[in-house]
Design a protein around this ligand. Structure first.
Ligand code: PMT
Length: 311
């Protein structure tokens, strides 16, 4: 049986009500980027959700926090790229995630960092310097990022397609950085019941269909000139290299970043047609809270520059 592609199948995914708005905003941001003579990266981040009912009460989720995408977005912004940040609603957000880390570390709630006196809201005295820096960076760079939120797999599919199409005028100056964890199985429209699945003592059977692969179409026709980076996640390190290499050969895109679930923030491998680079944080770097995304982005920007200057 021939593999179905997203292009054959985009109609399997219900069209989001605000798709036109996403198209409009993306085109506008691409025009702005062209007028500023900058490079642009589309970053996807976080997990997609598969609804079990059309009026959704229950859904299938995955582990992704969006952190990889958020920290990568910070590094691209600091390197003067414009960023389209397509992220799971409620997942990690560039610069803001530092505040979340801080609250987490200190076991504090958001409202613990504010005080109120004479109807004036103040920030708690010991506001750490790196949080101030994050705030400064956000203030400085917020016009260089377009944020688009998704929740469901359908939204992710339609938005990615629409944004890639909008990127075409940027040609080789566009990078596509697919860090999202996209569901591999879903309940197709025709198998999704309208109302809440009723609880009962009986077993229920869910029919999960494979999600059509969109990467082939993306590389071939949605964004044929862009520098395309995908991520490959496995839990078994033994099969990771092989899977990453196979993806590169099959989809003929520019780079795969291979990582394992539990070590993903310490070690990654970047594979291209010519390179096979291991990036591993040293103990000192881990202690100093260096983010591995900084190193991934540095490398990929170098590769992107070569791509832009190639014929
Ligand atoms: O979000 P974090 O908690 O920080 O974790 C980061 C991460 C582990 C999610 C990230 O580093 C990562 O590895 N993301 C890809 C996960 C994965 O294994 O994807 P995949 O093998 O299902 O897909 C391969 C690539 O194609 C991915 O880049 C994916 O975004 C993309 N894809 C997959 C299927 C599909 N239908 N459309 C896609 O775009």
């Amino acid at each position: 049986m021939a593999t179905l592609t997203v292009q054959d199948n985009l109609q399997q995914f219900s069209t989001p009500g605000n798709l036109e708005d996403v198209v409009f905003k993306s085109i506008e941001f691409v025009q702005k980027t062209l007028s500023e003579n900058r490079n642009l990266v589309l970053i996807t981040a976080g997990g997609t959700s598969v609804p079990l009912e059309q009026n959704t009460v229950r859904c299938i989720e995955n582990f992704s926090t969006g952190r990889r995408g958020a920290i990568s977005a910070e590094n691209f912004l600091l390197a003067d790229y414009n960023v389209i940040y397509l992220h799971r609603n409620g997942s990690s957000f560039p610069f803001e995630r530092k505040f979340v880390d801080y609250l987490d570390e200190k076991s504090k709630r958001l409202m613990d960092i504010f005080t109120i006196a004479n109807d004036c809201v103040n920030i708690a005295e010991n506001f750490p310097k790196d949080l101030k820096d994050s705030l400064k960076h956000y203030e400085l760079l917020k016009n260089n990022i377009l944020t688009i939120k998704y929740t469901s797999l359908s939204e992710y599919m339609h938005y990615t397609h629409a944004i890639c199409n909008a990127l075409k005028p940027i040609e080789k100056r566009a990078m596509i950085y697919l860090a999202a964890a996209v569901s591999d199985f879903f309940v197709s429209n025709s198998d999704t019941q309208v109302h809440k699945i009723q609880s009962s003592d009986k077993l229920i059977n869910l029919k999960l269909s494979p999600v059509p692969k969109m990467l082939g179409k993306l590389v071939e026709s949605w964004a044929p000139d862009a520098y395309v980076v995908t991520f490959k996640l496995e839990t078994d390190p033994e099969i990771l290299d092989h899977k990453a290499k196979s993806a590169l050969i099959k989809y003929r895109h520019e780079a795969v970043v291979a990582n394992t679930l539990h070590d993903r923030y310490n070690t990654v491998k970047i594979l291209t047609e010519l390179e096979n680079i291991v990036i591993r944080l040293s103990e000192e770097e881990t202690h100093a809270k260096v983010n591995i995304e900084q190193k991934i982005v540095e490398k990929l920007i170098k590769f992107h520059v070569n791509h832009m200057t190639s014929i």
